[in-house]
Design a protein around this ligand. Structure first.
Ligand SMILES: [Zn+2]
Length: 268
């Protein structure tokens, strides 16, 4: 068993129990500590690092998550690939609660979150036209298909600032753009992973129909937590299947996205 984790998972605290032989690693970063100490343990014959996105006790709301510290800490431990399960809303009745969606595009509607490592010293423009790792997505889709899970194999995730949910008008407007999923944490997580040349693969569990789509009282936290709780076991085993299926070497464009760019800081 290698001791260095090559795969990182950023997810809800329901993921703690899925690692064996866990050691807790305290990592400090130039951006402060990550959401919590990182749990490094065994999963499907690989060493995997887990960060609870909101902190173990869920103390960080989406707009306060230390995204830069989380990704930096993972890279400093040796992680090359990041799997990112999260709960999302659906902007189309076609994707009901319990659907697993692996989007291929992202729209950023957040505001005021630090979203780059390259703040000063040089202008670093990473390519982000395709925000997710193509190989990670393919592997995740194959693994999910083989379990028979209701699956959306593409789609656009719009990330809102939160922590409030959308109004009906906002929700209808997003849907009218053709965007299919809505969440609060997918940005800047994905772009920070790209800026560190990490592979990033979102695993979005639909927990609700967003306000403009459903007929009832609108999204409630209770509903989100209930559907997530019902599916977290499946999501954990899907992550294990993906970890098993990922090849050891990264043969995708992600490791090379910084080639030829002059960086103003040294990456861990
Ligand atoms: Zn990749």
């Amino acid at each position: 068993m290698p001791t260095t984790p090559s795969i990182g998972v950023i997810g809800g605290s329901g993921f703690y129990s899925f690692l064996d032989d866990v050691e807790e690693v305290h990592v400090d970063t130039p951006y402060g500590p990550p959401s919590d100490p990182i749990a490094v343990g065994d999963l499907a014959g690989r060493r995997v690092a887990f960060v609870p996105r909101h902190g173990r006790d869920h103390r960080y709301p989406p707009h306060k998550i230390p995204y830069r510290a989380n990704l930096w800490a993972l890279r400093s431990l040796g992680v090359g690939r990041v799997l990112a399960p999260s709960a999302v809303g659906s902007l189309t009745p076609d994707l009901g609660p319990g659907t697993l969606a692996i989007p291929d595009q992202l729209v950023d509607r957040t505001s005021g979150r630090p979203q780059t490592y390259y703040d000063e010293g040089a202008a670093v423009h990473v390519s982000f036209s395709d925000p997710y790792c193509p190989h990670g997505r393919r592997t995740a889709l194959e693994a999910a298909r083989s379990t028979g899970w209701d699956l959306a194999d593409d789609g656009t995730l719009v990330v809102i600032e939160g922590p409030r949910f959308s109004t009906r008008a906002e929700s209808r407007w997003f849907a009218a753009q053709g965007w299919t999923l809505i969440g609060m944490t997918g940005h800047p997580e994905a772009v920070l992973a790209r800026e560190l040349a990490l592979c990033y693969t979102p695993l979005c569990l639909v927990t609700d129909l967003d306000a403009g789509i459903e007929e009832g009282e609108g999204v409630t936290m209770e509903e989100v937590l209930r559907v997530f709780g019902e599916n977290v076991g499946r999501l954990r085993s899907l992550v294990a299947d993906i970890v098993t299926a990922l090849p050891a070497e990264r043969d995708c464009p992600c490791p090379n996205v910084l080639d030829g760019l002059e960086l103003p800081l040294e990456l861990p």
